[in-house]
Write a new protein. Sequence first.
Lengths: 296, 284
Amino acid sequence: MGNYQELKRMGTANSAGFVIVAQNSSDINYAEQAYALALSISNTQTYTKKVTLITDGATKNSMSVKQKGIFDRIIVLDVDKAAESSWKIENRYRVFELSPYDRTAVMDADMLVFRDHREWWDITHPVAYCETALRYDGTVATSDFYRKTFTSNGLPNFYSALFMFDKSTQAEQFFNDVKYICENWQTVYTEILDKTRPSQLSMDVAYAIAAKINSDSAFSDTRLAIVHAKTNTLRHIESINDNWEEYISTHFTDDCSLYLNNYLTYVPFHYHKKTWLSKDIIGQLEHYAKHLHIIR
Amino acid sequence: MNKSKGAVLFAHNNTEIDYIAIAAFNALLIKKNLGLPVQLVTDTDSISLYTGSLDMFDVVTQVDDTVGQNFKVYRDADAKTLTLPFRNISRIFTYDYSVFEETIMLDADYFVFTDALNACFGSNQNIMLNKEYREILHDRRSFEKKIANDAISLYWATAIYFNRSSESEFFFNKVKDVYAKYDYYRRLYMLPNNMFRNDFAFSIAAHEVSGFCDGIASLPNTSLLKSIDLDDISKVTPRGAVFLAASSRGTIPVKVENCDVHVMNKWAIIRNLKEWEQLIQLDS
């Protein structure tokens, strides 16, 4: 379990917080995304504003003092299994081991939140996950355009962009299974998934398989919902164009609300497109945080 | 007259369509099935074109300076197609014109064959209008749910309930603002063209006043039933009609009775008005 015991000692009893795993690639500054998400969490959440970043040394060193200052903790990976990867997801399952909190909400770095989500912390399942992706207008997306393997293999529609867990033996078992699947994904996929299986490791699929195995401890919860910015999830109309910004315009206001084609967004926004997070948006988040005396 | 509750109908005639006659017929239905007084909002020109009696209406309001004019394609099944003036602007002033504390505003041709709309009264909702529409022919293409692709939901101005409240007043002020700045709003909300349409204005207002989401309540007990102007009427009854519904399979007879229904073919209505009135009066 690595340094879990030590980190458990570091956390306080009944502590709660957010964890983001973010490692920069050659062309994408995930640390900046994590910083923006942490700002939006600090600006909106009341139950806990604690955000821990799990990253590698190089990414941490690239961050400014201002960016580092928003985080409760920054944990540098002792072993980086994604060192050689361009899409760095191989360390994601270590959130259980590395989270310093008794109750953790894990979010992908490329997300923002816009309102208080105190209701999340009423969820008591050992592992609770988001199965609800919303369109731009707040309706539940029904397309499986990007998720054929979930439908075809009867997997729960696990969105690893937002899920929660506690430091229980049940959750530990869940993550042990996730670890095994991640480290042996090719064999696992071949053995238990049909021909719709993805050609590379997918955290959503890995978590979904683990959730299916641990169905007595991992549950979906409708309080965990996101707007998932992929074209055929966002829209009512199917399209092969992967650039969702050609159909859905966004407006980020001074008070850090987000409108998608004139719909006010009430759930976290998983924007996917790295270029969407502009300096303007980060500036507005910082300005609002200063207004709330969260940062100077 | 007790002015606490009532129905408001708008009727602005053109040279072909006698909307006042249609409204008078609907007023007969409203009094019979809802027991409500009826206010007609019309204009001097329309009254001059109307040859019947205005006695069916409890209140007649003339609004000559707010009528406006668009043009619309009217069809009489497959017999004729005409582009005619369509004067639809005055509806945005309903809150100002209505004399009632609680109002149901209806299209003149949304015929009230039931008492379903009475469920609106006494509601804790200040304003109600519908997003959903049903076709009289079940397998005909259903109406659009959005005002444009990837846009906001389409709310229908066909039947609206509102009461005297700051919320309702705010709603109608927003409708008026949309009209006044239609070029801006139509770009913001991705509307297809510049022709003002009440449904679009009411949809934008409904969207904005409910917090930029689909938050306006629907009319209770009411899913709007609608024909199209390619449909004809083959027979009328005291409780409805038999439509000849146009479809890709040919003309299909569809009996619609004991349902409120929006009849889009105005000429079909006019042709059957006298007989319809007689049947309803005999049925009383």
